[in-house]
Every structure is written in structure tokens, then in C-alpha cells.
Design a protein around this ligand. Structure first.
Ligand code: AGP
Length: 597
């Protein structure tokens, strides 16, 4: 959460930082700000709202600067609480991502309600002509998480960056004359292809043409590893779509093709995952994730059990680290995270690794913190997902999970013949998604019809249960409608009491073998004067008294239906949000990657 960007070089820093923040605004967009050092003074501009609010042009020619786009944790959203923050004596300016948990222990007279301003003052107090050392000493006193970029008014050549739990990378220009700091490589200019990922506990002293990295607590410098960064997946712009969300929903056929590319054996009887080398036979799978990634894990559980034939379970990453989870020898932990930066998932992995489990990750962001921490995993190659609401990353995760189930199944009882059948069905998936995208035009009419709904229940059995809760999350997240998802069979165990006159339900029923069961549950709902939007597949003729509206997905095997069924739900939520004129790409109170607990 929150985006950090910094620049030191020979160009106009304000513009470089502004351009970087524009690309980072999906990480937080409630307020923003930029500071540059100009003729021995900080020039700082802060605004409420997304970086667009900062004028991209400045008359300052300063060549060093830092900026921030905020997702509020401490203090309400206003200019006073926006970053950068300046120490009381006016010497230190800081942008901070994370939470200083012991901020209340320090007695400073603050201008803002933020923990970050405390950090600026601590650094100012520690300063004795060496900014790197001052930052290291100040950080020794704080508890919590941080990614920071700091400047001293009297040192117009240096930015100090440090990290604990909040990602930061340093981008270096080809001729070493410019250095960038960013909380995401995605924000770096396309010509920057050399990057250093700052590790936890490290401090970097960055000048335009030289760089020192050392451990905060030892001040011992060590050589850093420069990695190449590939900008080929950079999103650029909305490419003609009015929102990133619509663009990303429509990119799903491509994302799914990319997830499969190069991952089938020549005879199409097995899956190739170059990034996985397991030290033991997998006897059980435990999925970890948050939000949509958790829902992917839930589908993964059904897939592993039905295709690989071994037990599987799923835990919220945010819960896993606070509980005892009995596991057995041979448990494979699969952490799922689109961003690869979610702090709950990251810390859950650390916990699993401390217990000596085999851990792999499924992430969309190459070299993200989770990808580096697990050191073994599967990249999604879905291309950047900018909209806060996850769409193509989810269906790409589901595709990879089908492949993972086949991969593990082949090491158990799944025969070559069966694996070949699954793979042949999977290869038809992009075409099925294209068909699904075509039929989703009717979602716009549907959302217009139901635009005033105040609550909605999403129901489905078996593979459709995770899609029910994902559908509920999408509508909640985008259109701010109070929604819940349930296994359809749970209705009689409580939720039916809340299904009354004019209640809205989205009922997911594409499975042939569950047809009768679903018909009877749908009738129970309709008998209570409620309304149903049904989602089924071609060839299933639901009686007319079981729904108000119905969407027919193309025919597909049951284990691929979740990937198709979620698409009308994505569109429906998007159109609902648009009908209320909500910001589809940046829902209120949320941010794309959740890097604070
Ligand atoms: C999805 O629409 C949400 N914005 C959210 O639930 C998200 O999936 C969750 O925060 C996990 O993110 P990650 O995949 O980047 O770890």
C-alpha cells in the first residue's frame, strides 16, 4: 500500500517523480505529494486525491526529489497527513510506506496525525552529517514495517532508502548517471533495465552516480546484486478502454494463453513447471492467500482433491500465522498472490518456512517479494493488473491451479490418458473465454435493471461455491453493495431467513449433475418473492419459475466452469459500479497491494 518514488540525476526531479507516482497510484490514491531540494530548501507540494492532482509541471529545476501516493493508515485523509513529512527542525523530509507501531512512545510536537512524521523527527535527531547513519540509528528505535525514502535539506545529492516489510527497488540508468527508487519496478521508466531489490533490514545511500547498501544494524557495506528488469508486460495505458478493469477483463483469453505457454510436455500428457523442484513427494496441499487469491485457493482445493486425488485445504494467510495448523510430512504449501507483495501472505510464508514446510508461490509479478522469498514458484505472466479489483489474475491463477493439480496427480494415480484428456480440454479454454466475453454484453442490461439493489446473496455448489464468494467480493468491492456468498446447500441453515420480499440472489448453476438439486433450491428462493439471476451452461433448461434472468455459459467440463462463470460476475459488478458513477479502477478505501497488516 502507498507508492514511493524517488529520483536523483540530471533531469527535472519533479517531473520524473510525478511520472513515477502516476504509475503507482493504484497502490493508494487518497492523497499524494512531492518534495525536491531546490537551492538549499525543500519545495513540497501535497494534495488530497490521486497524483493527477499534482501538477505535472514545476518551475523548479531541482534534480533530486521524492514523492508518495498514500493509502491512509494513521490519520484521516487531508493535506496535513499526506506525505512527504518534514521534521520539526525543517532538515529532514521523508516518504514512508508501512506502520511505525511504537510511534506513540516518542514525544514530538507533530503537525500531522501520522506515525511517519515521528520517523522524520527521529532521523533529524540522529543526524550528524551522515544521513545513512542517521537513518540506521533511527530505525533501530522503531518497531513495525517501513519502506522509506529520506532526504536532508543540506545534502542535495543523496537519498537514503531503507526497507523492512515494504518493497523498494532501485533502478539505475545505463550510463550510471541517474538513479530511481520505486516501490514497484513497474513504475520505473522503460529505459531503466537494471534494478536492485532492497532486502529487509537494508539501507541504501543513493547518489546520482554512486550507491552504497548496508545492513541497518551493522553499517557493513556489501556488494549488491543487479538484476535485469523486463518491461515487456508494462500496461502502458488503457488502450482505448475507459477503465483498466474492462481492459483486464477482456485480456483474459491472452492471460490464460500466457499461463499455459510452454508448460505442456510434447505429448500433452504432463505439465512442465521449470520453477519447481520439490524435495519430497506431495501428500497434501495447503493453499494460502487473501481476498481473491484465497478464493483461487478454494477452487484449488476442489481441483487437487478431484484431479490429483490427495487432500487439500485452504487458509486465509492473515489467519494462518496466528493459529496452529496441524500438517503432515509431505505437505506442500502453495501461496497465491497476484502482487507478490501482500504482507499477510508474505509473513504466513515466513511462518511456514520456519516450520520447514515445502513452500511454492503463484504470483504475477516477477521478482516480487513473495517470488524471491519462496525461491520456487510459478509465474502467471498475466501482464500487469492495475485495477484494484482482480480479474485476469484470478482466472490465470485458476488455470495454473488446474495445471498444478495435473502435475501433482501425475506423481500419484492420474494416468497418462486422463492427464491428456484434461490437457486437451484445458487448451480449449481461451476460446471458451472468448465466447463467454461475447455473451456478457447482457450484463449491462442486467445491472441497469438491478441498479438499486442494496444487498445480494451469491450461491453455488461445489466448484461454484468459491465463485459465489468471489462474485460477492467483486460486487462489494466495486459497487459497495452488501453481499455474501454461500454454498447453496447452506441456505436452509440460516441465510434463507434473510431472503425475503425482493431479495436479490445470483445463483451459479452450470453443473449438469447438480441440475435437480439446484432447481429445487432456486424454487425455494423464488417462493419467497425473491429474485434470481441464474448463471448456467448451454443445454440446461431451467424451468421459467426458477429465475428472473438467466445467462448461458458455453459448455465446459465442471472443473473449468469456475473460470467461465466468474466472468459475467466481473462484468456485472463493473457495470453496477459505473451505473453509480463510482471509480471502477480505484474503489474507495482500498489499494492494489496490501503491504501493511
Ligand atoms: C481482489 O479484487 C482484491 N482487490 C483483493 O482481495 C486481493 O485479491 C487481495 O488483497 C490479495 O492480493 P494479492 O493477490 O496481491 O496477494
Amino acid at each position: 500500500m502507498c507508492g514511493i518514488f524517488g529520483y536523483v540525476g540530471n533531469k527535472t526531479a519533479y517531473t520524473e517523480v510525478y511520472d513515477g507516482l502516476k504509475k503507482l497510484e493504484y497502490r493508494g490514491y487518497d492523497s499524494c505529494g512531492i518534495s525536491v531540494i531546490d537551492k538549499g530548501k525543500f519545495r513540497t507540494i501535497k494534495k488530497v486525491g490521486a497524483p493527477d492532482e499534482l501538477n505535472g509541471k514545476s518551475n523548479s529545476k531541482a534534480t533530486i526529489g521524492i514523492g508518495h501516493t498514500r493509502w491512509a493508515t494513521h490519520g484521516v485523509v487531508n493535506v496535513k497527513n499526506a506525505h512527504p513529512h518534514i521534521s520539526k527542525d525543517g532538515t529532514i523530509v521523508i516518504v514512508h510506506n508501512g506502520v511505525v507501531e511504537n510511534a506513540h512512545q516518542f514525544d514530538y510536537d507533530l503537525k500531522s496525525d501520522t506515525d511517519s512524521e515521528v520517523l522524520a523527527n527521529l532521523i533529524a535527531d540522529e543526524y550528524t552529517l551522515d544521513l545513512g547513519k542517521a537513518v540506521s540509528r533511527a530505525l533501530e528505535k522503531v518497531e513495525g514495517t517501513y519502506g522509506i525514502a529520506v532526504m536532508h535539506r543540506d545534502d542535495p545529492k543523496t537519498i537514503v532508502a531503507a526497507r523492512r516489510g515494504s518493497p523498494l527497488c532501485i533502478g539505475i540508468s545505463g550510463d550510471n548517471s541517474e538513479t530511481y527508487i520505486a516501490s514497484d519496478t513497474y513504475a520505473l521508466p522503460p529505459e531503466i533495465s537494471r534494478v536492485i531489490y532492497l532486502e529487509d533490514g537494508h539501507v541504501a545511500t543513493i547518489a546520482a552516480d554512486n550507491l552504497h547498501i548496508y545492513k541497518a544494524d551493522q553499517a557493513v557495506e556489501f556488494s549488491h546484486k543487479i538484476t535485469g528488469v523486463d518491461h515487456k508486460y508494462n500496461a502502458g495505458d488503457r488502450e482505448g478502454y475507459t477503465t483498466f478493469l474492462e481492459k483486464e477483463i477482456r485480456e483474459q483469453p491472452v492471460a490464460i494463453r500466457n499461463a499455459m505457454r510452454g508448460r505442456f510436455s510434447k505429448d500433452f500428457t504432463n505439465i512442465l513447471f521449470g520453477g519447481i523442484k520439490l524435495r519430497k513427494k506431495v501428500r497434501r496441499v495447503l493453499f494460502l492467500g487473501c481476498g481473491t487469491a484465497y478464493h483461487a485457493g478454494l477452487v484449488g482445493k476442489y481441483l487437487i482433491e478431484s484431479i490429483a486425488g490427495i487432500p487439500a485445504s485452504v487458509e486465509y494467510a492473515s489467519e494462518y500465522k496466528y493459529k496452529n495448523t496441524p500438517t503432515e510430512d509431505g505437505t506442500l504449501i502453495v501461496a497465491i498472490s497476484q502482487s507478490g507483495e501482500t504482507i499477510d501472505t508474505l509473513t504466513a510464508i515466513e511462518e511456514a518456512q520456519a516450520q520447514d514446510h515445502m513452500v511454492i508461490s503463484i504470483t504475477n509479478v516477477v521478482a516480487s517479494s513473495i517470488a524471491r522469498l519462496t525461491n520456487m514458484g510459478i509465474y502467471q505472466h498475466a501482464g500487469p493488473e492495475i485495477s484494484v479489483a482482480s480479474s485476469k489474475a484470478f482466472t490465470s491463477q485458476l488455470t495454473i491451479l488446474v495445471m498444478l493439480a495435473i502435475y501433482i496427480g501425475r506423481k500419484h494415480n492420474l494416468s497418462k490418458v486422463q492427464a491428456k484428456r484434461y490437457i486437451s480440454q484445458l487448451r480449449k479454454l481461451p476460446a471458451l473465454i472468448e465466447k463467454t466475453l461475447d455473451i456478457c454484453t447482457e450484463c449491462k442490461t442486467l445491472s441497469a435493471k438491478w441498479t438499486s439493489m442494496k444487498s445480494c446473496k451469491f450461491l453455488g455448489r461445489q466448484f461454484m461455491y468459491p465463485i459465489a464468494i468471489e462474485g460477492a467480493l467483486k460486487l462489494k468491492e466495486l459497487a459497495y453493495v452488501d453481499c455474501h456468498g454461500y454454498p447453496a446447500g447452506e441456505l436452509k441453515h440460516g441465510p434463507l431467513a434473510a431472503v425475503g420480499y425482493h431479495a436479490m440472489c445470483v445463483y451459479l448453476a452450470p453443473q449438469k449433475e447438480l441440475f435437480e438439486k439446484n432447481v429445487s433450491t432456486m424454487k425455494e428462493i423464488m417462493a419467497r418473492d425473491s429474485h434470481i439471476i441464474a448463471i448456467t451452461q448451454e443445454g440446461l433448461d431451467f424451468p421459467e419459475d426458477t429465475y428472473d434472468n438467466i445467462i448461458y455459459l458455453p459448455k465446459a467440463p465442471d472443473y473449468l466452469q469456475p473460470i467461465l462463470a466468474v466472468i459475467p460476475l466481473q462484468f456485472f459488478s463493473m457495470y453496477m459500479a459505473q451505473s453509480h458513477q463510482y471509480n471502477v479502477d480505484r474503489p474507495r478505501h482500498l489499494a492494489k497491494s496490501v503491504t501493511v497488516e
